[in-house]
Design a protein. Structure first.
Length: 249
């Protein structure tokens, strides 16, 4: 399970007022659940996910992943986490196999375990025809498969996915969505940030709506639509933003 309590991130910019990127984020995501994080550019989605993944430290607040408190044991938390972004890049001069070996060693895996897991993932993701080619020679879809394999190489129980289909064609996006659905079926905890309403409706058990760094609402799609008097998650989000803006001083 993933749990966040009152997470806040304030960026200090010399000569300018501080920027509050995330304000008082509190929520939980259970095993076998896909939690969608929905909001416009600049809403704080990526900052929040990077705090959860221990890539950046929160200004205040706490989070736990796999029962481990992130601030006190970040390395232990990282063993539970796989982080995938639509902006993920691979080292072009390494092959897919070399990439997995490199990250496997960073995860503290033995070479035998890395080799065994590489073969498993190569079969599962149909990578045998290109896993020994350099990453700078791979197609977008092939690159994304290697990225997925890198994320799940150490078999993490929590997946943090930051717009993983961003910029991908329909076939590559389908591979990502199938991967997410399969991970839920294997009881992983998943938090997914996306702009795509269709992905939210297809995948998410619950959704958090974030605007200007604040989680405005949490619930199932049906609950959010009912509370906003709308018929779909797109309209629910816009209605809540409009209400928040109208109430602002």
């Amino acid at each position: 399970m993933l749990r966040a309590e009152h997470l806040q991130k304030v960026f200090q910019v010399p000569g300018r007022p501080p920027v509050v990127a995330v304000e008082d984020a509190t929520f939980e995501v259970g095993d076998g659940e896909i939690f969608g994080l929905l909001g416009p550019n600049g809403a704080g989605k990526t900052t929040l996910l990077r705090m959860l993944a221990t890539i950046i430290a929160p200004t205040s607040g706490r989070c736990w992943i796999g029962g481990v408190e992130a601030a006190s044991a970040p390395d232990a938390v990282r063993r539970h986490v796989g982080f995938l972004s639509g902006n993920t890049r691979l080292y072009g001069r390494l092959t897919g196999r070399e990439t997995l070996r490199y990250f496997g060693r960073l995860y503290g895996m033995t070479d035998n375990a890395i080799a065994r897991r590489t073969e498993e993932l190569s079969d599962a993701l149909d990578m045998s025809s290109f896993i020994d080619r350099r990453c700078d020679a791979l197609s977008t879809g092939q690159t994304q498969k290697v990225s997925i394999a890198r994320v799940i190489l150490h078999d993490p129980d929590t997946l943090i996915l930051d717009e993983p289909t961003l910029g991908l064609d329909i076939m590559s996006s389908r591979a990502i969505l199938e991967f997410v659905i399969d991970a839920r079926e294997r009881n992983h905890t998943i938090i997914l940030s996306t702009h795509e309403m269709s992905e939210v409706e297809l995948l998410c058990d619950r959704v958090g709506l974030i605007h200007r760094g604040e989680l405005m609402a949490l619930g199932t799609i049906a609950e959010l639509c009912a509370s906003s008097g709308t018929e779909n998650i797109h309209d629910a989000f816009l209605a809540m933003v409009d209400a928040r803006e109208a109430a602002a001083p």
